[in-house]
Design a protein around this ligand. Structure first.
Ligand SMILES: Cc1cc2nc3c(=O)[nH]c(=O)nc-3n(C[C@H](O)[C@H](O)[C@H](O)COP(=O)(O)OP(=O)(O)OC[C@H]3O[C@@H](n4cnc5c(N)ncnc54)[C@H](O)[C@@H]3O)c2cc1C
Length: 456
């Protein structure tokens, strides 16, 4: 079954994933002499950098997502299929999906990344993650559900665990969510829960490395630590959470932080698909590509963005997993695919670093620009807001996000704290775990090679 895609006399480029890379590539191929087929398990593009704001009630989910079909309405060479891709069969140029098989002339993997639990089963089972919109909404509900429970218990130890939050991973996501939770503790929770002593609520940010914001400048690292300290976040550097069970986050065999709420932001793996040759899939499940993003040994298969492992002289561990890397690789690949259809040589990729930033709370953000330029405080915060507002997809989303932010800023409140879909931990080990199991079952009969993700 070819999933009813129309016949075309032009080569078919199938793109798996409509995240930052896939979206950019499909747009840039609008006028190319190819048929573009995008396959994604969601019918929307998800603006991941703002997920933590959905989780903490600062933004509604709809303002960071945009329907794929709406983005491409009017692009005549574009076709979309809502499906989970379960594997690649490069010998027959076939993609296996949950809705049937799709034949390709060129295949581009833009599948992004998945949370890496480092094989720690208790954490994978019990921790909250923040990689998707359902994750963010679950996290938001779970925190408020636990506050409702905290009101009901007479046991002070249980109450403490229900109110404490432990964030693991001191990268931008961990820093941003910790800062946002601290603001929630200061401005929102006292209004909603006057019966609880919010002074008891502790927010921990636990990082295994020696500093927060590892890839950023020492100045940004120091600023972020200071901001978090001012907000009352307890930062524990050089500390690893090894186990999370019975409402205890263990950082050694016997020492633990009592908490029901552990947010795991400690790392990601590439989302390599089953069926690729073993030799091209790295230990952290990225796909090794050459300088023009072609998968090693497969002439018509490419990978871009988080899933692509492109090693350069100054980045021996591969380019960073950042939205601009995915977008820049997509734009070059669009040109290279046209070159290939004309029999011309492709051009190598060069990453242009336009800067990195992280926000901690209102009026507090850190920004590193190329050539060692660093700034912080309210100027950094305004820059962060402006860049994120401008890069959100869709005019409505920009307006809604702006209004939500302005409301929060002037009222010191966050309107979004409904428990619409109560989260039950036992119902959902996590989105990722369920999908992995589906992947493994769906691909069992055609020798898919190693699973993309190790089951814990
Ligand atoms: C919480 C958070 C905050 C971040 N903050 C920043 C930031 O501030 N700045 C920055 O530059 N980067 C940030 N990032 C990283 C950035 O989001 C990624 O680098 C970027 O999304 C990578 O783009 P991509 O196209 O490779 O993958 P993604 O954007 O992840 O898109 C992958 C797409 O593939 C689809 N997909 C995956 N597997 C399948 C399958 N088997 N079948 C069907 N569809 C599939 C997914 O549904 C998704 O739509 C953040 C990430 C997170 C999680």
């Amino acid at each position: 079954m070819d999933t009813n895609l129309p016949f075309s006399d032009k080569p078919r480029v199938v793109i798996v994933g409509c995240g930052f890379g896939g979206l950019q590539l499909a747009k840039d191929l609008a006028n190319a002499p190819v048929q573009v087929v995008v396959v994604d398990r969601n019918n929307y593009h998800n603006f991941q950098p703002l997920l933590y704001q959905v989780a903490t009630g600062a933004l509604e989910a709809d303002s960071i997502a945009y329907p794929v079909r709406k983005i491409f309405s009017g692009q005549r060479n574009f076709f979309f299929r809502l499906a989970d891709v379960t594997g690649v069969e490069s010998t027959t140029n076939t993609l296996h999906t949950s809705v049937g098989e799709i034949r390709y002339d060129y295949l581009v993997l833009a599948t992004g990344s998945l949370t890496n639990f480092f094989g720690i089963e208790s954490i994978e089972r019990n921790a909250m993650q923040i990689k998707s919109i359902p994750n963010a909404l679950n996290l938001r509900s779970f925190i408020f559900q636990n506050f409702e429970k905290a009101l009901l218990t007479a046991d002070p130890v249980e109450r403490q665990a229900l109110m404490n939050i432990v964030v693991v991973g001191g990268g931008p996501t961990g820093v941003e969510i910790s800062g946002s939770l601290a603001e929630m503790r200061k401005h929102v929770l006292p209004k909603d829960y006057p019966e609880l002593d919010l002074g008891q609520m502790q927010i921990f940010l636990v990082e295994a490395g020696p500093a927060l914001l590892g890839p950023m400048s020492p100045a940004s690292q120091a600023d972020a630590s200071r901001y978090l300290d001012e907000l009352g976040v307890q930062v524990r550097l050089g500390t690893s959470v090894k186990r999370f069970e019975d409402s205890k986050a263990y950082y050694s065999d016997t020492e633990f932080i009592p908490t029901e709420n552990l947010i795991w932001a400690a790392g990601v793996n590439g989302a390599a698909l089953p069926g690729l040759p073993d030799a091209v899939v790295t230990r952290n499940k990225r796909v090794t590509v050459n300088p023009w993003n072609q998968v090693e040994g497969l002439a018509n298969v490419f990978a871009i963005g988080d899933v692509a492992n492109l090693v350069t002289a100054d980045m021996p561990k591969g380019l960073p997993m950042l939205a601009p890397v995915a977008q820049q690789q997509a734009s070059l690949l669009a040109k290279n695919l046209v070159r290939l259809t004309k029999g011309e040589a492709p051009q190598p990729f060069e990453y242009t670093n336009k800067g990195v930033m992280a926000i901690v709370s209102r009026n507090k953000a850190v920004v590193d620009l190329p050539k060692g330029v660093h700034f912080n405080g309210i100027f950094g915060w305004a820059t962060w807001l402006f860049v994120h507002l401008m890069t959100l997809v869709g005019f409505r989303n920009k307006v809604v996000a702006f209004v939500d932010w302005a409301f929060s800023y002037f009222s010191s409140d966050q309107a979004l704290r409904l428990i619409i879909r109560p989260f039950k931990r036992r119902d959902m080990r996590d989105d990722q775990g369920k999908r992995t199991a589906e992947h493994l079952t769906a691909t069992a009969d055609y020798n898919p090679g190693p699973p993309a993700i190790q089951e814990a």
